[in-house]
Write a protein that binds this ligand. Structure first.
Ligand SMILES: Nc1ncnc2c1ncn2[C@@H]1O[C@H](COP(=O)(O)OP(=O)(O)OP(=O)(O)O)[C@@H](O)[C@H]1O
Ligand SMILES: [Mg+2]
Length: 313
């Protein structure tokens, strides 16, 4: 731990895993929850974090222009200036520079997408972190709702370290909100993405608080995280308590009558039972099949044709 400030480094050799997105969101959420003042540091020459911050209307979290060789000195200056949390974004690489940044970390967060390519790429970053004996948390980012690979990714990662019990799902607002320097919560604080971000920060905040506690008795007064029970009970979707995992709105099995149609039965007739479970307003607007328009050939697939093939003969 460095003075009064804790340093969280977001690192991953894999490009596009979510380092900048997740670190910016955690910084804003930390300020919001009273864990600030927060200072952001961008050590990536691409400067994505700096560009996002420049587009921001709000001046919190603060942005600190620091070069890696001066990091140790400047972290101390920030701590002396009253910053309690320093969040560092890093480039997609495994270099001596990244290793140097990690030497200053109290906690390393490794975002990863739930894909085989991303999983294969985490090894070198994990090695650097473990060689330095730093605490590490994996965050599964950009997951597809209800995809089995998310749970499998969590299991695979858990062989190498702690996996955050909160998964960030793939949603357009993560990218869209950052265009003008905001976060998902600053666009809509009740969106599913915003809830996930708040829950992920609650988890990281809890980890950091436990590191800060010099006396175990400090921990006794603190109530457990509100999502703790849900996290324990279902690690793959944890942190999403109080909301459903995003449903695929077009999923075939969600369509009315799917189960019956799949079983070869006709759809149920409109009636009280149907109206209780659907938006049916009591008026049957389905039209009887009257065939093709007058004078036009019937081009609908004949029942003997295999699916997807056209017969010219
Ligand atoms: N949960 C998400 N849902 C949708 N889009 C996301 C999500 N997380 C990240 N993205 C998008 O994926 C892209 C890569 O994310 P980001 O820039 O945060 O990754 P990175 O690890 O910082 O990349 P680099 O390694 O190049 O610095 C961005 O366009 C971002 O908006
Ligand atoms: Mg980045």
């Amino acid at each position: 731990m460095t003075g009064k400030a804790q340093v969280v480094v977001f690192a991953s050799q894999k490009g596009g895993s979510g380092k900048t997105t997740v670190s910016a969101h955690m910084a804003v959420q930390a300020e919001l929850s009273g864990a600030g003042p927060v200072a952001l540091v961008d050590t990536d020459p691409q400067g994505s974090m700096a560009k996002w911050w420049n587009a921001r209307a709000s001046s919190v979290p603060a942005f600190a222009r620091i070069s890696v060789p001066d990091l140790g000195r400047d972290i101390k200056l920030l701590a002396d200036a009253g910053y309690r949390l320093i969040i560092i974004d890093t480039p997609p690489a495994v270099t001596s520079t990244i290793a140097e940044v990690i030497t200053h970390a109290d906690l390393v967060v490794l975002p990863t997408r739930p894909s085989p390519h991303d999983l294969r790429a985490v090894g070198p970053t994990v090695d650097i972190v473990q060689m330095q004996g730093k605490p590490l948390v994996f965050v599964i980012n950009s997951a597809t709702a209800r995809a089995r690979i998310t749970g499998e990714t969590a299991v695979a990662l858990s062989q190498h370290g702690t996996v955050a019990p909160v998964t960030l799902h793939h949603r357009v607002d993560f990218a869209a909100s950052m265009i003008d320097g905001r976060t998902v919560g600053e666009v809509s604080d009740s969106s599913r993405s915003a809830v996930e971000v708040a829950n992920l920060w609650a988890y990281l905040d809890d980890r950091l608080m436990r590191m800060r506690a010099s006396d175990p008795r400090d921990l006794l007064d603190r109530p457990p995280r509100s999502t703790f029970e849900a996290d324990i009970l279902s690690p793959a979707t944890a942190g999403m308590s109080g909301q459903e995992v995003e449903e695929d709105e077009d999923a075939l099995e969600n369509q009315p009558g799917y189960a019956l149609a799949a079983a070869g039965a006709p759809p149920p007739p409109p009636g009280p039972a149907a109206s209780a479970n659907s938006n049916w307003d009591g008026i049957d607007r389905r039209k009887a099949d009257s065939g093709p328009p007058p004078g036009k050939p019937d081009r609908r697939r004949a029942s003997h044709q295999p699916f997807g093939r056209r017969f010219t003969a």
